[in-house]
Design a protein around this ligand. Structure first.
Ligand SMILES: [Zn+2]
Length: 244
């Protein structure tokens, strides 16, 4: 067990003997293989709690009636709380979408940050977050572009982490993509919706996707159409994502 949890991918997980669990009702012939390992998270989704204390959030995130959770919570003081097994599916993302993926809960580690959404993020908390992200990125080989906010994957319904979140600082450490001017012009005729969708956003509500993009990459709460320079920024981010 310790091997499976601590050195994922570096050791062989031996399956239990006996029948495989059966999920389908289709008739099947079982030939159990020993060649498999544990599925691994490939995204990190960041949240702010909207609460004023970590204790309030811990109560919510562990209350069976609320049916919400995250793998980690980081307090304003930098204290790191571990709530759900990294290899289990915590309930933090909801009905999300990013780049064709609709079950972000199954694919991600969820991290809640002790912040009410109307204030800057405390420095001790960010320092702990950077150490945790470094650890997760190394252990699970998570691509830089797969560090996202809740507001990116459910634009319109979620706005966390807020515009105060230091995404640029994270990106300089390899957690998330970033671009600085000057930018090359975007392809002629490429619409806001086309570029946002190419980057990963759900554009079924274009205003919401615009707001999510601007909060994350421009630090503003605004859902208006992209100016030329903003479209060039988005085009640069798409290229940066493709570079991995
Ligand atoms: Zn959230």
């Amino acid at each position: 067990m310790a091997c499976a949890l601590l050195t994922l991918g570096a050791c062989t997980t031996v399956p239990p003997r006996g029948a495989l669990p059966q999920y389908t009702t289709l008739p099947l012939t079982e030939r159990a293989s020993v060649n498999f390992g544990q599925r691994r998270p490939n995204y990190v989704i960041l949240h702010h709690t909207s609460d004023d204390t970590a204790e309030e959030s811990l109560h919510t995130l562990t209350d069976p009636v609320r049916e919400v959770s995250s793998h980690y919570l980081i307090g304003r003081d930098g204290k790191l709380y571990y709530l759900v097994d990294e290899l289990a599916r915590a309930w933090h993302a909801g009905e999300a979408y990013w780049g064709g993926l609709s079950d972000l809960n199954s694919a991600s580690i969820g991290i809640e940050l002790d912040n009410n959404g109307r204030e800057p993020f405390a420095e001790p908390m960010i320092e702990t977050l950077l150490r945790l992200l470094d650890d997760l990125k190394t252990r699970y080989k998570i691509p830089a572009a797969n560090f996202l906010g809740h507001g990116d994957i459910i634009p319109g319904r979620k706005v966390d982490p807020s515009r105060f979140f230091p995404w640029k600082r994270l990106a300089t450490r390899g957690f998330g993509v970033w671009c600085e001017p000057p930018f090359a012009p975007p392809p002629a005729g490429a619409s806001d919706a086309f570029l946002l969708a190419a980057f990963g956003y759900d554009v079924s509500n274009l205003k919401a996707a615009l707001a999510g993009f601007k909060r994350h990459f421009l630090g503003v709460d605004n859902d208006s159409a992209l100016a030329n320079g903003e479209r060039a920024l988005l085009h640069c981010l798409i290229q940066r994502k493709m570079e991995r």
